[in-house]
Design a protein around this ligand. Sequence first.
Ligand code: MRU
Length: 342
Amino acid sequence: MNNRTIWWNYSVNCIEMIDQTKLPLKLDIIKCLTIDSLIDAIKSLSIRGAPALGAAGGYGVALSSFSYDGANVEELKNILISDSLKIKNSRPTAINLSWGVDRVLNKILREKKIEEIRKDALNEAERIADEDIVINKMIGRNGAALLEDGDTVLTHCNAGRLACVGWGTALGIVRSAVEMGKDIKVVACETRPLNQGGRLTTWELMNDGIDVRLITDSTAGMVMRKKMVDKVIVGADRITKDGVFNKIGTYTHAVLAKENGIPFYVAVPLSTFDRSKREEEVIIEERDADELRMINGSYIAPKDVKVFNPAFDFTPIKYVKALITEKGVFNTCKLVDIIKND
Ligand code: MRU
């Protein structure tokens, strides 16, 4: 194991990842030897978070090429195309998943030899993973400049190293600021129903010795009204021309932040930008009803109650003070220009 969230195992030629469904109780590593097992890992959120899904998508194309045991290049290319589609469809909202798949697929479809396809697919997937850490550190540096010594940052879900290959976006900013010697505290929202904030954000910050306090999602309004936080920083699953898709509950925090005069920032790599779409054109994943009806295998609601369980929501851009990217901090009234020129 290394200190990444996802990586390639060169002795078996498969993908390995931290199983995020087991944290914080157990640090388990799982192997994905087939495309079906990778898709299970993505759907069950063993691997999750937009940038980590980008790496999973890239490694997935490499895995597809290594899983092929025939000798016909055209047949392999057809398999690569159909596996790519299956991976991309496994979670529709975070654009990084299809971005990672397409980046690797586009690199190899003109190759003429199976060995070349495998080598180039894996190299490109590794480049995506390596770049993710470099980009997050650039986001971290750019964002850390906005934090003052003594600030408390409220965050939602997990936009940390577990949501990426390493370092993190929103939490990467906190890490960079702490590394610069600033005293920064974090308030982590629980993030019902799957508790990425309670399980993952707390775990990774505490491992790094960064001060973190857990609150329920519904406590966010109170802590903002009482000015117990100075800034809100979240990640993103997709930036469209008109706003930000991120974990369900983000919109509520953005509105509360504006109401209480607290700056609301989105930390995001340029790979999360979707230059072509608007809010209504993006599919918001709806997840299983039992995520709300049950906890740890026991019902906490009537077992046949009707449920609405969207994984993400949309925050109109007017609520966002700035987008913190690897290329700098962008005031969002210019979002359309940023999308045109990045
Ligand atoms: O359903 P998840 O856990 O994949 O949702 C993750 C989020 O919404 C994150 O905030 C987002 O991907 C940004 S991660 C840097």
